[in-house]
Design a protein around this ligand. Structure first.
Ligand SMILES: C[S@@+](CC[C@H](N)C(=O)[O-])C[C@H]1O[C@@H](n2cnc3c(N)ncnc32)[C@H](O)[C@@H]1O
Length: 323
C-alpha cells in the first residue's frame, strides 16, 4: 500500500531519533534558500488558521512556520505528522517556546491521515509527499484540506543539484560498503578475528592496503560531511587501534556503525527513487486536479549562486465551491 513499504521507514525512525535534526547533507545552505518559501506560505494564512505538515521529519518546516507566525503575532495551529517515530523536541535546537503551537505525532502515514474532512486551511510538505503512494496521498491531502485551503509541496527534483549530490554520495557509500571496500573489509576482519578464523583474516588482510587507497581516492572529490569518507575513516582508525579495545566491544561498535551506514544508504536510495522529473510533476498535477484541486503554480526552486535546480515547488488550492 505504501509506496516504499514499512521497512523503509525504520531507517527514518533511527535517523530522527538518534542522528539528526534535518533530512539531508548540505542542509543549512539549502534551508536558507527554501525558508522564504515557507515564510511566504505562512504569511498568506489567516490568523487562527489550522495547518498540517505531512512527512514532517523532525519538523524544520513546521517550526519555521510557527516561528514566522509568532514573529508576525499570528496564531497558527500546526499539526506535524510523519510515518516514522520522530523526536523533534529533543533534536531541534530551536524548539523553544514556539513548540506549543506545533503538535507533533509520529506513526502517521500520508496514505491514511487521521483527520476530518475539510479540517485544514493549509497543508504543506517538504521532501515528504513524494515518498508516499501518490494516488492515496493526493486523495488524503485533498480530503483534509478545507474549501479555499492551500497546498504547498516542495519536492525532490530528479536530475537536480541535490539529486546528483545524493547520487554521488550513495555511489561512494556503496563502494566502501562493497565486499572489499574499506568499511566492509574491516568489519569482516574483526568478525574473523573474533571467530578465531585466521585463514579468513589473512586472506582479507591482503586487500586492506588497496581498500585504504580506494577510500583515499574517493575522499578527494567528496564534501567534508561525506558519509563514505566518515565511515571508512572511522572503521580504519578503529581497526588500526584494535589492540586498545576488547574484541567484543570493537565488533559491537563496528556493527552499530554498519547499521547506520546501511540506514544512510537506504535513505539516499529512497530519495533517488522518489525524486520527480518535469513529466512526473505534470502527472502529479493531473492527479491533484482529478481530486478537485486547482493548480496555482509549479516552479523550480534554484540556487541563486549557480542557477542549479534544488527542488520543485507546487501550489494548489481547493476551490471554495468544491463539494
Ligand atoms: C527527506 S525526509 C523529509 C522530512 C522533513 N519534511 C524535512 O524537510 O526535514 C522524508 C520523510 O518522509 C517520511 N515518510 C516517508 N514515507 C512516508 C509516508 N508514506 N507517510 C508519511 N511519512 C512518510 C519519512 O519518515 C521522512 O521523515
Amino acid at each position: 500500500m505504501h509506496s516504499l513499504g514499512k521497512d523503509a521507514i525504520v531507517h527514518w525512525t533511527a535517523y530522527w531519533q538518534f542522528e539528526s535534526k534535518a533530512s539531508g547533507p548540505q542542509r543549512p545552505l539549502l534551508d536558507l534558500i527554501i525558508e522564504p518559501v515557507w515564510f511566504e506560505f505562512t504569511d498568506v494564512l489567516a490568523d487562527g488558521a489550522k495547518v498540517l505538515d505531512v512527512a514532517t521529519g523532525n519538523g524544520p518546516v513546521a517550526l519555521s512556520c510557527a516561528q514566522r507566525a509568532r514573529a508576525n503575532r499570528k496564531r497558527l495551529h500546526i499539526d506535524a505528522v510523519d510515518a516514522a517515530g520522530i523526536s523533534p523536541p529533543n533534536q531541534l535546537p530551536y524548539s523553544d517556546g514556539h513548540l506549543p503551537t506545533v503538535k507533533f505525532q509520529g506513526g502517521i502515514w500520508l496514505e491514511e491521515l487521521p483527520f476530518q474532512n475539510d479540517e485544514f486551511d493549509g497543508v504543506m510538505s517538504q521532501y515528504g509527499f513524494e515518498y508516499a503512494d501518490e494516488q492515496q496521498a493526493v486523495a488524503e491531502v485533498s480530503r483534509v484540506l478545507a474549501p479555499g485551503g492551500r497546498l504547498r509541496l516542495v519536492i525532490h527534483a530528479r536530475d537536480g543539484a541535490v539529486w546528483k549530490d545524493i547520487g554521488d554520495r550513495n555511489r561512494r557509500l556503496n563502494a566502501v560498503m562493497a565486499d572489499d571496500g574499506a568499511v566492509n573489509l574491516v568489519r569482516t576482519l574483526v568478525q574473523a578475528q573474533q571467530k578465531g578464523d585466521a585463514k579468513l583474516f589473512e586472506s582479507k588482510l591482503k586487500h586492506l592496503s588497496s581498500a585504504v587507497k580506494d577510500a583515499e581516492k574517493l575522499a578527494v572529490d567528496a564534501p567534508p560531511d561525506d558519509s563514505a569518507v566518515f565511515y571508512s575513516r572511522e572503521f580504519l582508525y578503529v581497526f588500526m587501534n584494535r589492540q586498545q579495545y576488547k574484541i567484543s566491544e570493537l565488533l559491537q561498535s563496528l556493527e552499530d556503525g554498519w547499521k547506520h551506514a546501511v540506514g544512510t544508504s537506504s535513505r539516499y536510495e529512497q530519495m533517488l527513487q522518489v525524486a520527480k522529473s518535469a513529466e512526473e510533476m505534470s502527472g502529479l498535477c493531473e492527479n491533484l486536479k482529478a481530486a478537485g484541486l486547482a493548480i496555482a503554480a509549479v516552479r523550480q526552486i534554484c540556487d541563486p549562486a549557480n542557477g542549479a535546480q534544488i527542488a520543485w515547488q507546487l501550489d494548489a488550492v481547493k476551490p471554495s465551491s468544491a463539494g
